[in-house]
Design a protein around this ligand. Structure first.
Ligand code: 3PY
Ligand code: MG
Length: 250
């Protein structure tokens, strides 16, 4: 069973980490730090599709559920990541019901979707029963973070075959005419996030959000989020490096 889905089924919220740095050493180590899942960011992180198999393997070996954000809502990329052992897919900038439908189709084998069969790594985890387990083994979140995505949210939510919405607060801020900044608490942004959460709940979909710090992530869980990401690896590294240098200078 996918760890994140198990947490959801038990009524909890999942906490995931976010990798911008394509290092198997830090991926494996961070995966053992208590995260429920660890995500390889192929959109804004440095990892390419070629880096993904080793990173996903290192995350699974380290003890967290391996996830990936694709660079774009591209069926071929999604299917390759699933074959390499990503058990969660986040697709950026979903703007319409048709885009949500294309996302859902890529995630499932026929007759439910159009995924092509060749599950190189999942077969090792699930054995010969993988086909029966495949759909439930993956958690899937479509990002709503643009003006079109917001305008079409109800139609996007009406599409079956994916778990829910993941909110990108920086792009969402831009869509609202605000400036993107970490853990933004601009009242318009917060009201929009609350509205998205409420509409996801009403539609029976999961909802999550990208966070920079623990306080914002806790606030978002309290607001109803089923999954939060906290804190991107590069930010943790630079924050602690600054603190160490400052403490040493005295
Ligand atoms: C956003 O905040 O727009 C994101 O996509 C998080 O990386
Ligand atoms: Mg974004």
């Amino acid at each position: 069973m996918n760890r994140i889905r198990a947490i959801w089924n038990a009524g909890g919220a999942a906490i995931i980490g976010w990798l911008n740095i394509p290092s198997i050493l830090s991926a494996e180590a961070l995966a053992g730090c208590g995260y429920d899942g660890l995500l390889v960011d192929l959109q804004h992180g440095a990892a390419t599709l070629d880096d993904a198999p080793a990173l996903l393997l290192a995350i699974e070996h380290g003890g967290a559920e391996p996830l990936a954000r694709v660079a774009a809502n591209n069926a071929a990329e999604i299917m390759r990541l699933l074959d390499f052992g990503a058990y969660g897919i986040i697709a950026p900038m979903i703007n319409s019901a048709a885009e949500a439908q294309a996302f859902a189709d890529a995630l499932h084998y026929p007759p439910r979707g159009s995924r092509s069969y060749g599950p190189r790594r999942p077969q090792r985890r699930f054995g010969p029963d993988y086909l029966a387990a495949a759909s439930a083994s993956v958690v899937s979140l479509a990002m709503v973070e643009t003006r079109d995505g917001l305008a079409n949210l109800d139609a996007i939510l009406a599409v079956p075959g994916y778990d829910g919405i993941f909110i990108g607060p920086s792009d969402l801020a831009l869509a609202l005419g605000l400036s993107p900044r970490p853990d933004n608490d601009d009242p318009l942004l917060i009201a929009t996030i609350s509205d998205i959460i409420a509409r996801c709940k009403a539609a029976g979909k999961r909802v999550g959000i990208y966070c920079s710090g623990a306080a914002y992530a806790r606030r978002m869980i309290a607001a109803g989020c089923d999954i939060v990401s906290v804190t991107p690896d590069l930010l943790m590294l630079t924050d602690s490096a600054r603190a160490v240098v400052a403490a040493t200078r005295g």
